[in-house]
Design a protein around this ligand. Structure first.
Ligand SMILES: Cc1cc2nc3c(=O)[nH]c(=O)nc-3n(C[C@H](O)[C@H](O)[C@H](O)COP(=O)(O)OP(=O)(O)OC[C@H]3O[C@@H](n4cnc5c(N)ncnc54)[C@H](O)[C@@H]3O)c2cc1C
Length: 375
């Protein structure tokens, strides 16, 4: 039976829920306190990154999300590119970890392949050849343009499914069957999904604040459009990234790699720096990132973090133009173990908060699974 569904937050988690609910014939209204989405979902790399998800359920959810992004490309006309990714190894211990992972990958459902330096050069003009041992190619990664996607999706949901959007509307209270707007007017419905990102104070603070969620700030940079139509090709990551994503935890060589980096460059651990690059459709290369938690987070960005990110990137890639055109930061909430906080604190009121650094990769699949359960 068609339900009246209210969703709080027009970030990727809220929009994923809006789409899955609307596809099932429910009448959906999305409430967003800003004039347009401006949270973590428009501040990210736009990497759909199944290769970074641990084997099993999370990886499968990421692959399902990937299929859903490709559906959005075909149905909503979003610019979604199937670019794949390469992890570059410039140290022997990084190459060791990639070989260990590659040996286990097929049995765990990952479709990966080791590349020689010459093979890497054929896939991307950007890999720094000095010291390059090899790389790991994965074909499953996608590139989306987050600001463009987060602007276009509400329009498509509204015109295709009649999803309503109430922008500039803060929700200050929920109860079974209702949401209270900041102007005091209640919305009545059957099913509420709270997708409020890193806001742990406004709604259900008694649930979210002691949940173990931590807030994390990430600094990012973007180059000017690269000259002459130069293209990066696949998303690129380096050896530092091997210590960031849970995928590689199974590799026996990882502790030695971690120890070397901690001894050589403790500042990278201090600021949670690993480096990646993706390219927007208009040619800018998006570069990042760092991870500062809770009390270490300040409103002001640290110049030294930007310099460290650029230093590490220059070690593994070269770009025709390193001129930085924009700098920004984003904040998400993350749980040390749980992929998201999924609770039902009131009957028919569902919390979906704290998806951490994987919202673009997992949301579309997770929301679909939720709506299959809620059918
Ligand atoms: C710098 C950076 C890089 C990243 N890179 C990637 C990447 O490449 N790939 C990937 O998979 N993930 C990436 N992530 C993670 C990803 O961006 C997040 O997981 C995701 O955007 C979280 O989505 P969300 O909808 O939960 O939160 P948000 O996008 O923050 O949206 C929450 C929305 O809820 C609204 N809201 C909150 N409270 C209320 C209220 N009471 N009433 C009304 N509205 C409310 C907010 O205004 C906001 O618009 C990155 C994150 C950052 C910060």
């Amino acid at each position: 039976m068609a339900r009246q569904v209210g969703i709080v937050g027009a970030g990727i988690v809220g929009l994923a829920h809006a789409w899955s609910a609307a596809e099932r014939g429910h009448a959906v209204t999305v409430f967003e306190r800003s004039p347009r989405a401006s949270g973590a979902s428009i501040r990210n790399f736009g990497m759909i990154w199944p290769v970074g998800q641990s084997a099993g359920e999370r990886h499968q959810t990421a692959l399902r999300s990937r299929e859903r992004w490709l559906l959005l490309r075909d149905r909503a006309g979003l610019d979604v590119a199937s670019c794949g990714s390469i992890h570059l190894a410039h140290h022997e211990d990084e190459w060791q970890v990639l070989q260990e992972f590659s040996a286990r990958a097929p049995g765990l459902g990952f479709d990966c392949q080791l590349l020689s330096p010459a093979e890497i050069e054929r896939r991307t003009p950007a890999a720094q050849p000095v010291g390059l041992r090899g790389g790991l190619w994965s074909p499953t990664e996608l590139r989306v343009d987050p600001p463009a996607a987060l602007r276009a999706l509400p329009v498509w949901l509204a015109t295709t499914f009649g999803v309503k959007f109430e922008w500039n509307t803060s929700i200050v209270e929920t109860r079974s069957g209702g949401l209270k707007r900041a102007n005091g007017v209640w919305w009545q419905g059957d099913h509420v999904v709270l997708c409020s990102g890193a806001d742990l104070e406004s709604l259900f603070p008694e649930l979210l604040q002691p949940s173990g969620l931590r807030r994390c700030k990430l600094q990012m940079l973007k180059t000017a459009p690269q000259p002459g139509g130069w293209r990066l090709g696949p998303h690129l990551a380096g050896g530092l990234t091997l210590r960031h994503y849970p995928t590689f935890e199974m590799c026996p060589g990882l502790p030695a790699l971690r120890e070397r980096i901690a001894a050589e460059s403790p500042e990278l651990d201090q600021y949670g720096i690993h480096v990646m690059a993706s390219q927007s459709p208009s040619g800018e290369v998006i570069l990042g990132d760092s991870h500062e938690y809770d009390d270490a987070m300040e409103p002001f960005d640290k110049q030294c973090i930007d310099e460290l990110i650029l230093r590490e990137l220059r070690r593994i890639i070269h770009l025709p133009d390193w001129q930085i055109a924009a700098r920004w930061h984003g904040v998400y909430a993350k749980h040390p173990v749980r992929p998201i906080i999924a609770e039902e604190p009131q009957a028919g009121v569902f919390v979906r908060v704290g998806i951490g650094g994987t919202g673009m990769t997992l949301s579309l699949g997770m929301a679909e699974q939720d709506w299959e359960r809620w059918a």
